[in-house]
Design a protein around this ligand. Structure first.
Ligand code: ADP
Length: 224
């Protein structure tokens, strides 16, 4: 199984698709956003400055995320493949990852989830999260059974600090500045980038598109 890099702006549905991919393929899902939040929650070797950066929508240092990702992808869990979500987000991260993959004889497939910004702003401002188990809901497209309560454990749902409209706009600007160029980097380097329309269809339909692209890629590498 080759590594899959899920690429797309905040709110493009990377987390949802990553979870569907890992359920279907049985490979782990590594999200740098989750890794960072997890460390902050456990007060684990993360400075208050990192948390402040995340809450403002800015990116944290390449050095820190490179290190977090390396710990995961070099571990035994990743030996049969993995899905990366939220990484690489800068050219320096992309170069770091490509160098490691090349050195390990691996070739990734990059899936670009393409979504219009107006669709994203509507999606993200409606997002709610369970503070205990992390389950995500959306008031428009995936409401909880009982208003504002988690279906799984009944906790009162919260709006993530980085889902306010002001912060969302900052995250989209950061994406345009720092992350969009990563796509050009992959394309120019002749690496495989598949664009998937992720605007309006339900997650299951988008997932089938991604799966088709991943399988087509595997077949072409195996000579049929
Ligand atoms: P979203 O995709 O919705 O922006 P994430 O959960 O992926 O949210 O990330 C939340 C925050 O964590 C980002 O705004 C950023 O501050 C930080 N972060 C996550 N991944 C990276 C990364 N690869 N490089 C730098 N910062 C990151």
């Amino acid at each position: 199984m080759k590594p899959i890099v899920l690429f797309g702006s905040p709110g493009s549905g990377k987390g949802t698709q990553a979870k569907m991919l890992t359920d279907c393929l049985g490979v782990p899902h590594f999200s740098t956003g989750d890794m960072l939040r997890d460390r902050i929650r456990h007060g684990n070797q993360i400075s208050p400055m990192v948390a402040a950066k995340m809450h403002s929508g800015a990116l944290v240092s390449d050095e820190l995320v490179n290190q977090l990702v390396m710990e995961q992808i070099t571990g035994p869990e990743a030996s049969r493949g993995f899905v990366l979500d939220g990484y690489p987000r800068t050219l320096a991260q992309a170069e770091h990852l490509c160098k490691w993959l090349d050195g390990s004889g691996l070739r990734e497939v990059v899936i670009h989830l393409a979504v219009d910004y107006n669709v994203i702003i509507a999606r993200l401002t409606g997002r709610r999260m369970c503070p205990r188990c992390g389950t995500l809901y959306n008031v428009a497209s995936r409401p909880p059974r009982v208003d504002e309560q988690c279906d799984l454990d009944g906790q009162k749902l919260v709006i993530r600090e980085d889902d306010s409209e002001e912060v969302i706009r900052e995250r989209l600007a950061a994406y345009d500045r720092q992350t969009r160029p990563v796509l050009d980097y992959y394309r120019k380097a002749g690496r495989r980038v598949v664009q998937v329309d992720a605007n309006y269809d339900p997650p299951g339909v988008i997932f089938q598109r991604i799966r088709g692209a991943v399988e087509a890629d595997d077949c072409s590498k195996n000579g049929g």
